[in-house]
Ligand binder design. Structure first.
Ligand code: XBP
Ligand code: MG
Length: 233
């Protein structure tokens, strides 16, 4: 029986990347006098590296001509980027994807719990939920697990295993909702039935093990079928 739906955040609950994280990274690079600018297409290529600090490190490794950057500088740069991202989110620059709020209501009407398994840091999720749903305590998510709280970020399945542990459920009792290749790999790796809801970055990519591929949440609703296809268009 389906007992919970575990959502990814970036790209799934909200389109946070192109006009959110990307803009904050670029602003941070500029403020620090670093000669790096990620346009939408370039950023899309680096989204294959999940995790902001990991993404910066991978980019620097691929560009030896850049001034060297230490691990502690990456941490500080990323903290600065995170503050800029929070300001953007707090100002209402990022909205939930259309259809998410009715879907959350529909799940709760069916007694299905909702959780979050994300690569990004917990405060990013809290700022986003506060700006879009309401102050702490008003959002419906029972369990939130963030990337820095598990040994390995996506595409490793750790964040999904930890969400299941905190929900006290088996993989057969939950469904994951993801938007990207690393997220899909993490969810499938945790043996979860996985619905992929694509966005501009993942549209048209193959997700052979997904139980459903949608391109938006507009007509997503709960079917609560035992065959693991609870969300349908
Ligand atoms: C999201 C990410 C994150 C964000 C930036 O992946 O990979 O790194 O791009 O957030 P997913 P941070 O949607 O699979 O969770 O800078 O906080 O890492
Ligand atoms: Mg995502």
């Amino acid at each position: 029986l389906l007992r919970a739906v575990i959502f990814d955040v970036d790209g799934t609950l909200a389109d946070t990347e192109a006009e959110g994280h990307r803009v904050a990274f670029n602003e941070a690079f500029k403020t620090w006098g670093l000669p790096v600018y990620w346009d939408v297409a370039e950023y899309g290529r680096w989204l294959g590296v999940p995790g902001g600090k990991e993404r910066i490190a991978a980019y620097w490794r691929a560009h030896p001509e850049l001034p060297p950057i230490s691990e502690s500088e990456i941490r500080a740069l990323h903290e600065f980027k995170t503050r800029l991202y929070h300001e953007m989110v707090d100002q209402g620059a990022i909205l939930l994807r259309p259809g998410i709020v009715p879907l959350l209501h529909s799940l709760s009407e069916h007694g299905i719990r909702v959780a979050i398994a994300t690569t990004t840091a917990r405060p990013n999720v809290e700022h986003l939920l506060e700006a879009t749903i309401g102050p702490a305590g008003t959002h419906p998510f029972d369990v939130i697990v963030a990337g820095d709280e598990v040994p390995q970020k996506k595409p490793a399945p750790d964040v999904y295993w930890e969400a299941l542990r905190q929900l006290d459920l088996t993989p057969a009792e939950a469904v994951a909702v993801e938007d990207s290749e690393p997220g899909y790999q993490a969810a499938v790796g945790a043996t979860l039935a996985t619905v992929v809801v694509t966005n501009a970055y993942s549209e048209g990519r193959p997700f052979p093990l997904a139980c459903r591929i949608l391109d938006n949440f507009m007509n997503a609703r709960v079917l609560d079928q035992p065959d693991h296809e609870p969300i349908s268009q």
